[in-house]
Design a protein around this ligand. Structure first.
Ligand code: BEZ
Ligand code: FE
Length: 289
């Protein structure tokens, strides 16, 4: 190793330090990381104080993480990295339902609920029914899927953000569809809400004059043996912030009308009064290759 650091050869020297790495994927990732990081530093030429500020920001981002808060996921989200990773991983499954970000609030186990249940029993506010069908890309129903859903209450808070106000599990459910793939549940109509702004990520949004809002949505994580896992949302058509989601996660295919349904048979089937707000979401999974 050189004793006098030469900026011209430093990058090559660091890359060389990974030459004995036997895990080729790890080697590739570290080489790319160092190359891009060195380019980045050369590009912005930070002062010592600025670099210390950056280290402090990342340190505080880590320290803000708890069992029920994930500030690093939030940082990845607001920088568009989460959406980038989701999107490149969805490119090999274009026939399947589009994926979108997981977000930082999938952090407790959802309670098992029955089809048709209200998944937000402690949330006040106007209700809706969400229904759909889980199928494979060739239309085969997937009756053995597990549908994990989570959403905020009508004030825009997840259960884990309001200990003592909401029980853990409010706004969440693990559902199994019918053998023909159909599922349905009742819930409070979601609203747009701000992502947490009381940590380092909030400082970043504030410093860059960005708003923190996400359009109204319900999260879905759908798994089934033999199929690729799907992480996605259903967005409520007409919601504010569909055009400027703070985490860049809206895809047009995931925006659904929650229109009034006045079909009496549907009201009987879903055990609700007619008319009712109805979001329909058919989910297509891609077989594992
Ligand atoms: C969410 O939808 O739960 C979420 C996603 C990204 C950042 C913050 C919240
Ligand atoms: Fe959310």
């Amino acid at each position: 190793m050189a004793t006098n650091v030469d900026i011209e050869t430093l990058t090559a020297e660091v890359l060389q330090s990974f030459s004995k790495t036997t895990d080729q994927r790890l080697k590739q990732i570290l080489e790319s990381l160092v190359t891009h990081l060195h380019d980045f530093v050369q590009d912005i030429a930070p002062s010592i104080e600025e670099w210390e500020q950056a280290i402090d920001f990342l340190t505080r981002t880590g320290m803000a993480c708890t069992d029920v808060r994930q500030e690093f996921i939030l940082l990845s989200d607001v920088l568009g990295v989460s959406m980038f990773v989701e999107t490149i991983n969805g490119h090999d499954t274009p026939e399947a339902t589009d994926s979108t970000v997981l977000g930082p609030f999938h952090m407790v186990e959802s309670p098992v609920r029955a089809l048709g249940d209200d998944v937000s029993p402690e949330s006040e506010g106007p209700r809706c029914v969400v229904s759909g069908r889980i199928v494979s890309v060739d239309g085969t129903p997937i009756g053995n899927a597990v549908i994990d859903i989570w959403q905020a209450n009508a004030n825009g808070f997840y259960d884990v953000q309001q200990p003592g106000v909401q029980s853990v599990g409010n706004g969440r459910a693990l559902l199994r569809p019918e053998p023909d793939g159909h599922f349905n549940f009742r819930t409070v109509i979601p609203t747009y809400y701000p992502i947490p702004t009381d940590g380092p990520v909030g400082e970043l949004l504030h410093a860059t004059h960005r708003h923190p809002y996400r359009p109204a949505h319900i999260h879905f994580l759908v798994t089934a043996p033999g199929y690729k896992e799907l992480t996605t949302h259903i967005f409520v058509g007409g919601s504010e912030y569909l055009e400027s989601d703070a985490v860049f996660a809206v895809k047009d295919s995931l925006i659904k009308d929650f229109a009034d349904n006045s079909n009496l048979e549907d009201a009987v089937r879903f055990e609700v009064q007619s008319p009712f707000r109805h979001g329909r979401f058919d989910i297509v999974l891609h077989p594992e290759s």
